[in-house]
Write a protein that binds this ligand. Structure first.
Ligand code: MIG
Length: 677
């Protein structure tokens, strides 16, 4: 049951695609209004927990902090951060009353969840124009499902998007890419994709490549493709101002860029120097920008990542000018402490200054909007431009697409990665805790930079992270630290090889579960409390997750740990893998346990009467036989599983029922089934 309320005249974000009639009497929430904002409050019961809000710091239960939707490029994901790159305004209160709240407003929205007053949830919307949705249902999962139904089906990546992917900011020429592919092959570690960061471009211009460093760009793409490896280029939001550069020229000529107050194209600095910013909120701009991807699609590229689309702005021309002017004035003076601070402040405040978002405008359906009021929609609409273009340009093909910044609605066009995290154990835990919240908001294809993006990873952290990352739909190792982070750079290469092979073995299960969740609006990752709401212990468990319908995981996220405490909400079959074909299994009873998990081991727990279908790993998905399945399960008498796989067309899927009786297993359709030994 969904109730919708409208306040003033909100901008239509297209987050929700179902028509819902407006209600008048507000339930659960108490409304208060000032001249410039509206707030909604709800007294929290002692036992209430609050889930959701997608990409944010801290734990799964969001109670006890203030989160602020205001997309920002911030590379320090610390406990005191109220905002990260995305704005995901959906949450569920679970407890005395259980209900969902979605605040559809593209401006700044704050969620004070028992922060100022520990027993009060208070949501403040700046600007007053909003649509508010209240969702009632009989469980958290049911509420989430209803919400997901109104925001539309989540993006589905190609199956190869479930392969292992390697990235680094620092691959600079064709040989660097060949080297990565060669090393993975040499060490027999499966590899699906290598990412092209900004250095592949000519002067950081979108939809170009540097022909000096990549004299054989087209050949490189095909050569990799022959090995089953996809090259995935980055696309940035800013467009370099440079005469003769077609994207700039076309954008300028057709008024596709955001304007400043005087109706000139707004100028801000990013990678390429001075840039214009496409007005992605405008349909014509989206169509034009989306068509630009064709340049790379035509070369055989079939995956992209959209970056810097909060948008991230190093400096606005205005502020940079002021800083230089101040510096010039001070040049020959004796600079005392206060002047020194003013000087550094001028330059320190240049990057991602929120005031700059008041300096430019969007034109949508004949109306002009100042950017800051629509800020949180920018990355969403950049990715929408791409997604809409792929539908036109290659309607039968699934293209890999994910973005850094997002708003709910973008989940229909692509996935996301969680940005510039660090090689910290706490960020491995953050990755674990963020996944279910992202799923709630529709973002199923998601993952963090495995191993951590900034700082130097240690081998044990990378290995533990791989052991969790092998369950995330997007499994990408990315970094910019000094220490190289490709798996072959470390000592225990064969352990990494076994872990990556294990991920590949899991693909039939993981992709099948992904498709189910996308088609039926379910959660791929769930905190235990979602599945076992009547077991009061589960609410306290924030470091174990259900993955798909059959299994629970309990990753290790502490350095030097050789095991951990776990809680089982029911009897399960524990499987300890060292490799795809090297594992132990035993039944563990409901309750608390300590389990050993050596550095090279992965543990999963299979629910009773459930199975997982596995597959033999290979160099990458292009070389795998997905029709020979090895069944592993907790089979008491019988078990069944519905296997989903890609259908003949993109909008269609194939569904196969697998029924297993202890010790007998029937081949079905064109699958060959065997018990995993
Ligand atoms: O200002 O393209 O989050 O993944 O490697 C940094 C360089 C810009 C930020 C992305 C990161 C990427 C980096 N980009």
């Amino acid at each position: 049951m969904i109730k919708k309320y409208r306040f003033y005249s909100p901008f239509q974000t297209d987050a929700v695609i179902k028509n819902i009639e407006l209600s008048s009497e507000l339930v659960y929430l108490q409304k208060e209004e000032t001249d410039t904002s509206i707030s909604f409050s709800y007294p929290l019961d002692k036992e209430d927990a609050v889930y959701g809000l997608g990409e944010n710091v801290r734990g799964i239960n969001k109670r006890g902090f203030t989160y602020k939707s205001q997309c920002v490029d911030d590379t320090k994901h610390l406990e005191n951060k109220n905002s990260l790159y995305s704005a995901h305004n959906f949450l569920v209160v679970f407890g005395k009353n259980t209900f969902g709240i979605f605040v559809d407003c593209p401006g700044i929205v704050s969620f004070d969840i028992g922060d100022s007053d520990m027993d009060m949830l208070s949501i403040q919307v700046e600007g007053k124009d909003l649509d508010l949705y209240i969702i009632e249902g009989n469980s958290i999962s049911d509420i989430v499902k209803q919400f997901r139904e109104i925001i539309g089906q989540s993006y589905i990546p190609p199956k190869w998007g479930f392969g292992y992917q390697q990235s680094r900011w620092g691959y600079k020429n064709s040989d660097d890419f060949r080297e990565v592919a060669f090393q993975y092959k040499k060490h027999h570690i499966p590899l699906e994709a290598i990412y092209m960061d900004i250095d592949y471009m000519e002067d950081y211009k979108n939809f170009t490549y540097d022909s000096q460093k990549f004299p054989d760009f087209d050949k490189l793409i095909l050569e990799m493709k022959q090995q089953g490896i996809h090259l995935v280029p980055i696309i940035d939001a800013g467009v370099k101002i440079q005469d003769g550069y077609s994207v700039y020229e076309e954008g300028k000529k057709n008024n596709y860029f955001c304007k400043d107050i005087n109706d000139n194209d707004f100028v801000g600095g990013v990678w390429p120097g001075r840039c214009h910013f496409p007005d992605f909120l405008n349909k014509d701009t989206r169509e034009w920008f989306g068509n630009q991807y064709k340049y790379l699609l035509d070369k055989g590229i079939d995956g992209f990542w959209n970056d810097m689309n909060e948008p991230s702005i190093f400096y606005s021309e205005k502020r940079l000018g002021e800083a230089f002017q101040f510096a010039r004035e001070m040049e020959n003076q004796s600079i005392d402490v206060n002047t020194f601070f003013r000087l550094t402040k001028h330059f320190g405040k240049l990057s991602n200054n929120k005031e700059d978002y008041k300096l430019f405008y969007h034109h949508v359906n004949g109306k002009k909007y100042r950017h800051d009021f629509l800020h949180n929609l920018y990355g969403y609409n950049m990715t929408r431009a791409a997604g809409e273009a792929f539908e036109r340009l290659c309607p039968d093909q699934r293209i890999l697409m994910f973005s850094r910044s997002s708003y709910i609605g973008m989940h229909r066009y692509g996935g996301l990665w969680t940005g510039d995290n660090r090689s910290w154990w706490s960020h491995l835990l953050l990755n674990i805790q963020m996944m279910p919240s992202l799923n709630m908001c529709g973002f199923l294809y998601a993952g963090a930079d495995i191993g951590g993006y900034c700082d130097n990873v240690t081998e044990d952290l990378l290995m533990r992270w791989i052991e969790f990352g092998m369950f995330t739909p997007l499994m990408r190792n990315h970094n910019c630290g000094q220490r190289d982070q490709e798996l072959y750079q470390f000592k225990n290469i064969s352990d990494f090889k076994h872990l990556i092979e294990l991920r590949y073995a899991f693909i039939p299960y993981l992709y099948s579960e992904y498709l189910k969740c996308a088609y039926h609006n379910d959660l791929y990752f769930r905190p235990l409390v979602f599945d076992y709401p009547d077991d009061s212990i589960t609410k306290e468990i924030e470091d174990q997750l259900m993955v798909g319908e059959s299994i629970m995981i309990a990753p290790i996220y502490k350095q030097n740990a050789t095991g951990r405490y776990i809680y089982l909400p029911e009897d399960m079959m524990m499987i300890t893998f060292r490799a795809f074909d090297d594992y132990d299994q035993k039944v563990i009873n409901k309750g608390h346990h300590y389990i050993p998990v050596q550095l090279n081991e992965v543990v999963i727990f299979i629910k009773k009467h459930h199975i997982i279908p596995l597959c033999k790993p290979a160099d990458n998905t292009s070389k795998m036989d997905f029709h020979t399945l090895y069944i592993l399960g907790y089979i008491e008498g019988h078990a069944s599983y519905t296997l989903y796989d890609d259908g003949k067309t993109k909008d269609d899927y194939q569904k196969t029922e697998i029924i297993i009786h202890k010790n007998t297993i029937q081949p079905i359709d064109n699958y060959h089934l065997e018990f995993h030994k």
